[in-house]
Design a protein around this ligand. Structure first.
Ligand code: SAH
Length: 349
């Protein structure tokens, strides 16, 4: 698709109205177009059947619609579906449909690659190529909604920003995508069903709290000890745990929404009593619950899942202190669709 035309979805409704009136069309046409773009996920101006042919032709002379294309669908034995999604410029990201008995969750990407450098994450090995636009994020949601209806006979129910990339490093487009997903002119989903996951950028957590979007927040903590977190998530040297905590307390004060800490436990990294004590102490300082996530090995050997006994010790200590804790198994491992495995592997060589 030609890239010299402006992507029409970069315009907000006011800008679209302005353009429409500048070419002498009635202003309600702007809303109609907006609905085609954001609610009905139209892929071409020809889909917009309530506009005249001439008008559609005029629009396509000036604008493009830079939709994503699903390049490859892989299905896991456990029902998980991974989409390799091609963007208009040829870049590829991955998004995942995760079915459970009652829900379908979409795990969406917000960057091509990732700007952070977590040592245990496959996505971090890809350098960040670019941020996704809000439209490209919404398109992933629309695709998974269609797949959920087709394969599971029900609409998409939940969205997690846990695919490739760091949402807080593509803040504006992520927020815009949430507004489009939740607004009546867009997909009209409840924000309570959306979780934004961050590696923990305090300033941005506060900013998101101020947006009043009513989404949920998850934080990839993995260690509550500064020196260990700095080693496994090197970017975090710039964001001390205390600053992060302060931003999470701010989040809770503003939103009254409990934070989910995501936490992986590795052999010889964070499997001692001191690690457990630090987590308990940290988590008690802000209303939160903990998801202990199973580690999915990526190629290098430094990281290894801790012994089951350690996971039990963590669980017991947290529960004893009144903190809700869940042990989560990863889905879609056989197709490299699980947490931390998204790395466009099907396109290597
Ligand atoms: N950048 C955001 C969004 C990605 S979410 C964030 O970090 O929160 C992806 C989740 O998978 C994060 O919690 C991440 O820490 C976790 N993860 C990364 N590598 C993993 C691996 N190899 N096994 C299991 N989880 C992993």
């Amino acid at each position: 698709m030609s890239t010299d035309k402006k992507d029409i979805r970069k315009l907000n409704i006011e800008e679209l109205e302005e353009y429409i009136s500048s070419i002498g069309e009635k202003s309600f046409r702007a809303r109609q177009i907006y609905e085609w773009l954001w609610k009905k996920n139209a892929h071409s101006f020809d889909d917009m059947t309530n506009l005249s042919k001439g008008f559609r032709a005029k629009l396509s002379e000036v604008f493009s619609i830079q939709n994503i294309k699903v390049d490859l669908i892989q299905k896991s034995d456990d029902g998980t579906i991974k989409n390799a999604v091609k963007l208009f410029d040829g870049n590829i990201v991955e998004s995942v449909l995760i079915p459970t008995n009652s829900r379908t969750t979409a795990c969406v990407s917000c960057q091509v690659g990732c700007s952070l450098n977590c040592e245990f994450c496959a996505t971090a090995k890809l350098k960040r190529m670019r941020n996704l636009t809000a439209a490209e994020i919404v398109d992933q949601v629309a695709v998974i909604d269609r797949e959920s209806r087709e394969f599971f006979d029900r609409p998409l129910s939940n969205i997690v920003y846990m695919g490739m990339g760091e949402p807080m490093m593509n803040y504006n487009e992520v927020v815009k995508s949430i507004r489009m997903i939740t607004s009546p002119e867009g997909l009209g989903m409840s924000p309570k069903r959306i979780t934004v996951s961050t590696s923990g950028i305090p300033k941005m957590v506060k900013m998101l709290a101020d947006e009043e979007l009513r989404v949920k927040l998850a934080v990839s903590l993995h260690s509550a000890r500064e020196e260990i977190r700095n080693r496994i998530m090197p970017f975090s040297t710039k964001f001390p745990l205390n600053d992060l905590l302060e931003s999470l307390q701010y989040w809770y004060d503003k939103t009254k929404s409990r934070i989910t800490f995501e936490y992986l436990i590795w052999k010889n990294i964070n499997d001692t009593q001191a690690d457990i004590d630090a987590l308990v102490k940290y988590a008690k300082k802000v209303p939160s619950k903990i998801n202990l996530i199973e580690y999915n090995p990526i190629d290098d050997g430094e990281f290894e899942q801790a012994d089951p006994g350690v996971i039990e010790a963590y669980t017991e200590a947290l529960e004893k202190n009144g903190i809700v804790v869940k042990v989560r198994r990863s889905r879609g491992k056989d197709i490299d669709a699980a947490c931390g495995q998204l790395a466009n592997k099907s396109f290597e060589e």
